[in-house]
Design a protein around this ligand. Structure first.
Ligand code: PHB
Length: 361
């Protein structure tokens, strides 16, 4: 029987198990410069027994930032910092891909060069507040990218992908989820454009496909994954027909023969009822590997993999609190309790000081 400990190949990445560390924003890069630093090396290395680590989202450009102290992939110092992370994870036998991120409108002028307005498919202000260095501040109305500027954004993905290659990663994941830039183009509550990037499902999917083609040219498609979140309302986003939209996206992504599609199957921080969505249908339409994410525990993850509803399971919060999650699952050992107050920002506490199992017990 296939279970979470059965090795798998995602494209050309050979994983020793199917327990994937989900991308987790932790806001502990060195400032100024948003540079990966020594505690980040320790944190990721502690978690190297995951079948695959997907890094926290990493902005591809200065305009792609939306939170304090998030490690980017657009400067030479950031590439050098990430290289230390990658080398240390590889030395432990782990696999690690970088998540390429542009937040679009989920930002604030105080986080952007020259206090620029955030950019988006359309000039629509998200409800809610941005996390800034001055605390929570209301979102502002972003500036709509013009068609020529979209080409420049695609080029930023190319450069980010090249930088990830230089840093020695095993691959990259394109972040097209959770209400950030590519998701803002996909969904019809945030994309009101009249050019070839707006309107029909085909047009709204265009930017994701162009970015994917560009990143695949840098990496080879067997080392590229895409993350989506079809029904996640996080960051004030919605689509009138997510099944049709994401079925189309999956059908079109098939042309690339990607390493994997990674789906957030839940709503992040959402309390109300979610839209209906058939993830098994999505998984069947997508012809390569499917990573499922969203509040899975060991039992549900094992069931999903053994019933072939997913190839791998990405665990987020359990990996925050349990650096040795794979071993704990294997031994059916109890898990550490996550401390939500230390998820975002701070230093070692709540980051690198969660204990591993005591081997002498
Ligand atoms: C967050 O900072 O809350 C965050 C970042 C990236 C995501 C989701 C959530 O994809």
């Amino acid at each position: 029987m296939t279970d979470l400990f059965t090795p798998i190949k995602l494209g050309s990445m050979q994983l020793s198990n199917r327990i994937v560390m989900a991308p987790l924003t932790r806001n502990r890069a060195a400032m100024p410069g948003n540079i990966p630093q020594e505690i980040n090396v320790t944190y990721y290395t502690q978690r190297a027994s995951a079948g695959l680590i997907i890094t926290e989202a990493s902005p591809i450009s200065a305009m792609g930032h939306g939170y304090p102290a998030t490690p980017g992939i657009h400067t030479a110092q950031q590439v050098a910092g990430w290289k230390k992370v990658v080398d240390a994870v590889h030395a432990e036998g782990g696999r690690i891909v970088l998540q390429l991120w542009h937040v679009g409108r989920i930002s604030h002028p105080s986080l952007l060069p020259k206090n620029a307005l955030p950019v988006a498919p359309s000039a629509l202000k998200p409800a809610g507040q941005a996390f800034t260095y001055q605390g929570l501040q209301d979102f502002v109305t972003p500036r709509a990218l013009n068609t020529a500027e979209i080409e420049a954004v695609i080029n930023e993905y190319r450069v980010g992908a090249q930088h990830a290659l230089q840093a020695g990663f095993d691959g990259v994941e394109i972040h097209s989820a959770n209400g950030y830039l590519l998701d803002q183009f996909l969904r019809d509550s945030t994309n009101k454009r009249f050019d070839q990037y707006g309107g029909s499902i085909e047009n709204r999917t265009r930017l994701l496909l162009e970015v994917t083609a560009t990143v695949c040219k840098v990496w080879g498609s067997d080392r590229v994954g895409v993350r989506i979140s079809p029904i996640n309302p996080f960051n004030d986003i919605h689509d009138s027909n997510p099944q049709a939209l994401f079925n189309h996206a999956a059908d079109e992504l098939n042309q690339f023969k990607l390493a994997y599609l990674h789906a957030v199957e839940i709503g992040i921080n959402s309390s109300g009822p979610l839209q209906e969505f058939d993830f098994v249908q999505l998984r069947r339409r997508f012809k390569s590997n499917y990573i499922a994410n969203g509040s899975y525990d060991f039992a549900r993850g094992t069931a999903a993999v053994s019933e072939n509803k997913a190839d791998c399971i990405a665990y987020g919060v359990p990996f925050i609190a349990n650096p040795d999650l794979v071993e704990r699952f294997k031994l059916n050992a109890p898990l550490n309790t996550p401390d939500h107050t230390t998820f975002y920002g701070g230093a070692e506490h709540g980051y690198t000081d969660y204990p591993a199992l005591d081997k002498t017990l």
